[in-house]
Design a protein around this ligand. Sequence first.
Ligand SMILES: [Zn+2]
Length: 285
Amino acid sequence: MNETLDNRLILLGTKGGPAVRPNSSMPTSNLLFLDHEKILIDAGLGVTKRLVDTGFDLRTLSTIFITHLHSDHILELGPLIHTAWVSGLKSPINVYGPSGLIHYWKNFLKSMATDIKNRISNEDRVPLENIINIHVLSNLPLLIGNIRVLSLKVPHPPMQDCYAFKFEGTKTIVFSGDTHFFPPLGEFAKNSDVLIHEAILTDYIDTLVKKTGLGKKLKYHLLRAHTPVEQVKKIAAMANCKTLVLNHLIPNDDPAYDQNFWLKKISNGWAGKVLVGYDGLEITF
Ligand SMILES: [Zn+2]
């Protein structure tokens, strides 16, 4: 597949949660093309293969944003960067996210030290650590080319550092990150072109907890850390976004809760344009 730089968003992985089961989608990652910049948001399991399958040349990977350090958003960050490097990447990658990213990256390098050292001395590769820049997020806006990037801390307990991101260029694209119902997101995403928001079906939580074989603690976590789909509508209405995209779906592997089910659920009370995310969904704007 040929890659173009036209403005668009590709949902690479749309699953909420880290487990992978038959029929499930893959954990979170998104590829945003905006004003000739290519930006990856999150790097859950499967991101490398999904990126390559879109036609993405890994040697051109340059900008990554990480919303938070839950494994379904970061598990494949190190392997992705390493694979880009062994695919011939020589130019810098800038990774933006919570402060714990520094610890993650240092320890990934340590865990792969034998391989990395070997490839530098025997294959003449540039030292991997020299081309990766980790940036800890602050409240200040960032500039990626002509795009202004703003972050908003969202409540996703027990995680302390979880962010929504707003990419402001010729279009405005907002990602909620993982969050409990959080009205300030409505203001943050005001008049955005696309709002990508996580969603959970609270009626399904008991079934999910049974499936995992875990107990009350998981139920408690899911209830306090995510946004019920009924409340996503409220955020979308406050934001007055042009398109709402449901993402990080819980559940995501039960045929009874398919696209139509989610669509019906969200359309009842939200009259705007809405898309239910699935792996590979491409949204042009
Ligand atoms: Zn999370």
